[in-house]
Design a protein around this ligand. Structure first.
Ligand SMILES: Cc1ncc(C[n+]2csc(CCOP(=O)(O)OP(=O)(O)O)c2C)c(N)n1
Ligand SMILES: [Mg+2]
Length: 397
């Protein structure tokens, strides 16, 4: 039986009570004022459709089918902003607009599989301010993907109205974006009643262990060049038809620095020049069973994808307690200095910075044998990993 407006209201009142008694030691973003619109929208959402939610997830979760008691338990454990449920295809992120590209990726996967499932991605009007949202909408619209973005517009980002953000500017989004307006019942949690947390039980903060990346033992060179070894590894990975090589300049131009020339066309996906989007697309494809190999031609440009790499790819498995896995291989090439020196924005090496930032393993094979060993190891991978390449070791470009 679908939940009624009354049940939704009561649930949030109960959570508010628990928060005010300092029983929940995590920020809680209560829903309110949008019950009728959401009930109507969720009437169209099928049980096996995907729902991507936000920091304000309670109503979405309840209406997708998460049981009230189970949700309450999750909220009491501090998961209000991070509700995941694989059985119900329910995914969330507390990064504003953080789900948009991943939702687009799942929709891309569903279209590739000729599935009748759909993707529904909820965002607030604050998320509409983010460039990452624009990339995803443009992709979904352009490729006619089965994904609808729903802007729940309460005219505030925390407390700031739209008029004070982009002045008069209003974007006319394409048809894949729907909007409903509502007046929120509750203020942003930090603007509510003062709660005294001094006597409450502080729960330990979950640590994310770093994975080991030390499996490559140094060994002699094979009779292959560095570049030939990468090319060979890509062709070996491509034997599994679920492998998809994506990025920009993978189908056109130099085709992944000459390493993807023999890969069958249907396994190569050229993306827009939108690094965060392409990382989200890779994650979405992985969530639907594909094995994405994501190509970045320079570390410098990966910085544009750090939201998805750091906040999502590196954390989703742990945040969802293993429910969602996103085994994406990232080829992270360091730009070459020779014979043409392109300047300081094209040759940076962030390997050490990535090692500090990320829990996923990062490999930097230094010769052809190490490359082959690394990719052999990763051929059955079920976790994300970064393989650093050095363009200066390529011989022919
Ligand atoms: C990328 C990012 N920037 C800032 C924040 C902090 N933050 C959390 S909620 C929020 C407001 C979001 O507004 P909106 O998307 O309209 O959602 P609403 O809270 O109104 O439902 C902000 C700025 C964040 N979580 N993520
Ligand atoms: Mg808002």
């Amino acid at each position: 039986m679908p939940l009624t407006k009354q049940e939704l209201l009561e649930f949030e009142r109960e959570i508010l009570g628990l928060f005010e008694q300092a029983k929940i030691t995590t920020p809680v973003h209560l829903s309110g004022g949008n019950e009728e619109e959401l009930i109507e929208i969720f009437n169209q959402i099928k049980p096996d459709d995907w729902v991507f939610s936000t920091h304000r997830s309670h109503y979405h979760a309840l209406l997708k089918g998460i049981q009230k008691e189970k949700l309450k338990e999750m909220i009491l454990c501090g998961k209000s902003m991070h509700i995941f449920n694989k059985e119900l295809n329910f995914f969330s992120s507390s990064i504003v607009a953080g789900c948009a590209a991943i939702a687009a990726g799942v929709a891309l996967a569903l279209k590739k599989k000729n599935s009748s499932q759909k993707v529904w991605c909820f965002i607030g009007d604050g998320a509409e301010d983010e460039g990452h949202f624009y990339e995803s909408v443009r992709y979904v619209e352009g490729w006619d993907l089965p994904c609808t973005f729903i802007i729940e517009d309460n005219d505030r980002s925390v407390a700031t109205p739209k008029s004070d953000r982009y002045n008069k500017s209003e974007i006319q989004w394409p048809d894949c974006v729907k909007r409903h307006y509502y007046t929120p019942t509750y203020p942003h949690y930090s603007g509510g009643k003062f709660v005294d947390f001094s006597k409450c039980e502080i729960k330990p903060i979950q640590q994310y262990p770093k994975q080991s990346s030390s499996l490559i033992s140094s060994c002699d060179e094979l009779g292959l060049t560095y570049q030939q070894a990468i090319k060979q590894s890509m062709e070996d990975l491509a034997k599994d038809k679920k492998t998809i090589f994506l990025g920009y300049n993978v189908k056109y131009g130099n085709k992944g620095y000459g390493t993807l020339t023999e890969i069958p066309g249907e396994q190569v996906l050229e993306t827009p020049l939108a690094e965060n989007l392409m990382t989200g697309l890779a994650m979405g494809l992985a969530l639907e069973g594909f094995k994405p190999v994501l190509f970045f031609e320079r570390h410098d440009f990966m910085l544009n994808a750090l939201d998805n790499i750091v906040n999502h790819l590196d954390k989703i498995e742990k945040m969802s307690y293993g429910e969602f896995k996103t085994p994406v291989i990232i080829r992270a090439t360091i730009g070459s200095k020779y014979p043409l020196y392109p300047g300081p924005q094209h040759v940076q090496d962030f390997t050490e910075a990535f090692q500090k930032l990320l829990c996923m393993p990062i490999y930097k094979p230094s010769n052809s044998q190490e490359i082959i060993n690394t990719y052999n190891h990763l051929s059955d991978f079920n976790y994300p990993a970064i393989i650093v390449e050095e363009k200066d070791k390529y011989s022919n470009i």
